[in-house]
Design a protein around this ligand. Structure first.
Ligand SMILES: Cc1cc2nc3c(=O)[nH]c(=O)nc-3n(C[C@H](O)[C@H](O)[C@H](O)COP(=O)(O)OP(=O)(O)OC[C@H]3O[C@@H](n4cnc5c(N)ncnc54)[C@H](O)[C@@H]3O)c2cc1C
Length: 353
């Protein structure tokens, strides 16, 4: 046996990276296996953190706990990796009519909501650049995590420290040895799968109710325009530096692959043209699949039959805000310091052989 570790982590998107970070902080030895982010959601996500969502204008699930924890974690990682990770920038959002705006305005005055939303935003500087809606509002304490930049920097860090192999994981090479597990030349207490949507093809976890959602995005250049906030106007327009903007996204539950399509591109361009009156140039077009389960909650826990196998997945559409908190929660569970929260525990799903 060449290497003995506490945990083998399969997958190094935002989930595998943050789980590794907390396990290492807890003094555990780990080894990561990831072929290289091929089709990873973490490579195409804008990483938007939006505390107020939905038609009903509600706070995102557990955001009061998630947000401060995420901010602290990303700051820690910025120090570790020497790159900016969490870019705090508010979101401005448009309203089409009086009803929408009044609903927003009323909610923004409510206790617990006012810290996240405002019904005042002066968009006069964007006249002729953005469409003129009925009204604007602002989402406070929001921002963007540079997910792609973070996972790439963490990959380099793991390679330098020699705890990552760039290969595809081979399920057939798993050997159960007593209460341990062996994978090729590595022995571990557990293998933790952080494979994103690819977990649907994992023979140990394919019984889970996967409902992954493909999404497509554009990277565009808008010459001589400098939005200092994220714009939500039928589509998200997110500044990513040097006149470049992330535009997204689409949702599709049918064609689960990472191939960009003309149909989705047409949809994005149409929505973008409605919002943006300035000329723009399309630089890139990407597709990836969000790891979503039926009840839209994270999926954490130990396999019901093989306790040497575990899963940390299901960050869905909100990986940037959810993952820090739940990676820490799962680490504390593995250390024996807490019970898994029932809403995210894999045991909420019956195991059918
Ligand atoms: C279009 C789009 C827009 C999004 N926008 C946002 C947003 O604005 N804000 C937000 O918070 N979230 C957003 N998301 C969601 C976010 O991207 C995900 O929640 C998050 O990236 C999931 O991370 P993950 O690590 O679980 O999965 P992934 O990023 O998919 O990573 C899984 C990793 O596992 C590896 N892997 C899988 N199987 C194997 C194997 N057998 N062997 C080796 N390696 C393997 C893959 O190579 C990959 O690197 C968006 C997603 C999409 C698709």
């Amino acid at each position: 046996m060449n290497k003995q570790v506490d945990y083998i982590i399969v997958g190094q998107g935002i989930a595998g990276s943050l789980l590794s970070h907390f396990l290492l902080k807890a003094g555990k030895h780990i080894h990561i296996i990831d072929k290289g982010h091929e089709g990873a959601a973490s490579r195409v996500a804008a990483g938007i953190i939006n505390p107020v969502t939905g038609r009903r204008i509600v706070k995102s699930w557990k955001i009061d706990e998630l947000l401060p924890f995420a901010a602290e974690t990303y700051q820690e990682l910025e120090h570790l990796l020497g790159i900016p990770v969490f870019i705090k920038k508010n979101i401005i959002r448009s309203f089409e009519n009086n009803k929408q705006f009044t609903d927003w305005s009323v909610k923004s005055g409510r206790e617990g909501m006012s810290q996240y939303m405002s019904d005042e935003y002066d968009a006069s500087q964007w006249k002729g650049i953005l469409d003129e809606p009925y009204a604007w509002g602002e989402i406070l304490r929001s921002g963007r995590v540079d997910v792609a930049g973070f996972v790439e920097a963490y990959r380099q860090y793991a390679l330098e420290k020699d705890f990552l192999n760039e290969v595809i994981f081979d399920y057939k090479a798993i050997e159960f040895t007593g209460d341990k597990i062996t994978y090729k030349n590595i022995q571990a207490d557990k293998i933790i799968f952080c494979e994103g949507w690819k977990s649907a093809a994992n023979p140990y976890f394919d019984y889970l109710p996967h409902e992954a959602a493909k999404g497509e995005v554009l990277i565009i250049r808008i010459p001589e325009v400098k939005f200092d906030k994220l714009v939500k106007m039928g589509v998200f327009i997110v500044p990513i530096g040097e006149e470049r903007y992330w535009v997204g996204s689409t949702y599709s539950w049918d064609d689960l692959d990472t191939i960009p399509t003309e149909k989705a591109k047409g949809n994005l361009v149409k929505r973008l043209k409605k919002a943006l009156k300035s000329p723009f140039e399309i630089l890139e077009h990407h597709a990836a699949v969000r790891p979503v389960f039926k009840d839209r909650r994270p999926m954490l826990g130990v396999h019901p039959e093989f306790p040497q196998l575990a899963i940390f997945n299901g960050m869905g559409t909100k990986g940037a805000s959810l993952t820090p908190f739940w990676a820490n929660h799962f680490t504390e569970f593995l250390l024996g310091n807490l019970e898994l929260n029932k809403e995210v525990d894999i045991r909420r799903i019956s195991f059918v052989v």
